[in-house]
Design a protein around this ligand. Structure first.
Ligand code: DAH
Length: 368
């Protein structure tokens, strides 16, 4: 809109002044409300505050000069007030950038849906591992970890693997290259099981020990539906005076019931591990058919789930090199080790071990 020209003032009483200034203020406000661009704002500034042709300049020139001396003060006060209003309008227009129309175009529609951020969730392996560890923590076990890059000594020698044992072969074990000049026991490899952390734990603390050790292990295995060169285990170790095979059976029977339901039965089959004597494989009654026999349990009604046994005195002898209290005449203990993937696959009905490592969100998002 174009503003009217500044009229001449003929009356200078308060009422006349108020009216005249109010009219100007209304015009200024109206102009300021329609400022849509930087050019508009600049035009507004020039029109009202321009030094020579600005409307305020005109007002002060004409009205103030024409005013009788007794009205000059009242006029001056109103003039200053109007100038402040105009300057305020200009500041607001500058600070707020473009006026109404452009602001509307830029405005945020708060009724639109926001940007959805997905909540992370535990990986099914982490979840299963925590669940297993939780069962033992509730029995008073502490939780430990050890290195994934391990020495031959901890992984094999101290676990009572004889020098020529097939597991030591690079066919089965991933070894760090270029260590031929080191003594065998110092050579580095990717641990093939969590059992070496048994020895690391015993070297750190005298008995009694009750500990579970979750962790990642590596084997030079070809991948198939149930094998992966990387997988996870939870190791367990309990050493004290008078620990017997009955303690082992009771503990693992309880743990299997806690993990798979109280209807599950366990049975212990003779087996062999270098670091336990006697050794056993633990089987649980098939959780799919309840023990009647089905495809999953190959009609046997039983599923093999973990290895265990009484700690071999030869293992205690290695521990006693650092902690003499591991004297097989004074103490005894049991150990066990279970594969986390296998347990997770059973619990969640997963048929491909590779699903855990593929990073496919369609698989992983089922566990949120
Ligand atoms: N370390 C064994 C493996 O990887 C599992 C195992 C068996 C661990 C018996 C134990 C045990 O502590 O007593 O196959």
């Amino acid at each position: 809109m174009t503003n009217e020209a500044i009229p001449n003032l003929t009356a200078f009483d308060d009422t006349a002044l108020d009216k005249a200034f109010a009219a100007l203020e209304a015009q200024a406000r109206e102009s300021a409300a329609g400022l849509d661009s930087e050019a508009d704002v600049e035009a507004f500034r020039l029109e009202w505050l321009g030094r020579k042709q600005g409307r305020l300049n005109e007002v002060s020139g004409r009205w103030l000069k024409a005013a009788p001396p007794e009205a000059k003060k009242a006029l001056g006060v109103r003039f200053n007030a109007l100038k402040e209003v105009v300057e305020g309008l200009l500041d607001a227009a500058l600070a707020g950038g473009p006026g109404d129309a452009a602001l509307k175009a830029e405005a945020i529609d708060i009724t639109l849906p926001g940007t959805r951020r997905l909540t992370g969730a535990e990986h099914p392996i982490t979840r299963t591992m925590n669940e297993i560890v939780g069962v033992f923590a509730a029995l008073g076990y502490s939780v430990g970890v050890g290195p994934e890059v391990e020495t031959d000594y901890y992984n094999f020698e101290s676990m009572n693997f004889p020098p020529g044992h097939p597991a030591r072969d690079t066919q089965d074990t991933l070894v760090v290259a270029g260590q031929d000049r080191k003594p065998l026991r110092d050579r580095l490899l990717l641990r093939t099981h969590t059992s070496p952390v048994q020895m690391r734990t015993m070297e750190q603390q005298p008995p009694p020990v009750r500990i579970v050790i979750p962790g990642k292990v590596h084997r030079n295995d070809a991948a198939d539906a149930t094998h992966s060169p990387i997988f996870h285990q939870v190791e367990g170790l309990c050493v004290d005076a008078n620990i017997t095979f009955s303690d082992l059976k009771g503990t693992l029977d309880h743990a299997m019931k806690a993990l798979f339901g109280s209807a599950v039965k366990t049975r212990f089959f003779p087996s062999f591990f270098p670091f336990t004597e006697p050794s056993a494989d633990v089987q649980i009654s098939c959780i799919f058919c309840g023990g009647k026999g089905c495809r999953k349990c190959k009609q046997s009604g039983w599923i093999e789930l973990l290895g265990c046994g009484m700690v071999d005195p030869a293992v205690f002898a290695f521990a006693a090199e650092k902690q003499p209290a591991y004297d097989a005449k004074q103490i005894s203990g049991f150990a066990f080790g279970m594969g986390v993937e296998r347990i997770a696959m059973m619990k969640y009905g997963i048929s491909e071990i590779g699903s855990f490592f593929a990073g496919d969100m369609r698989f992983l998002s089922q566990f949120v």
